[in-house]
Design a binder for this molecule. Sequence first.
Ligand code: CU
Ligand code: ZN
Length: 190
Amino acid sequence: MSLSVATRKLLLMTALIVAVVAAVTLAGPGATADRKVRRAVAPVKDINGKLVATVTFTVQESGMIHVSVWGEKLPPGFHGFHIHAVGVCDRATKFMSAGGHLASSGQTHGGHDGDLPVLLVNGNGTARERVNTDRFGLKQLLDVDGSAVVIHELPDNYANIPDRYGTPDTTTLATGDSGGRIGCGVVDRG
Ligand SMILES: [Cu+2]
Ligand SMILES: [Zn+2]
């Protein structure tokens, strides 16, 4: 069977259109999502593996990150609340696997990129916090070694120790004395 020149041209055009449509479709939503992640989420679990909080990070128009916390079944009071540098929440290490606070070089506690306002847990064990921060971006949260949200046992003093108490030691300068880690959640794409 031999095709006329016109038929061949038509077939060629059709193939070309199919190829272009396929290319646009492939490069469309998927590629955009890869380039522009707008949201991340961290399900925070306690040392028994029970979900105690959900923390979402959303990029605002301004470029700031909106942090939203829904917590429950937590011990009432103020709790140190930070982004830690490694996205590993290993209960066997009491969440020490999450490393120190997310930080850039030269920062001390209170000024770390990952330092957030303390979390207020109400008498009924619930916590609701919303804050905007320009200290980090989603890229930093979702970098190669990831990151983790950590809820601590005690309040955070942000290394704000007045002179009359003497010179703060390295632990205070690094952590704000917020004690053990009672909750940990790996930050993942939302
Ligand atoms: Cu912490
Ligand atoms: Zn810190």
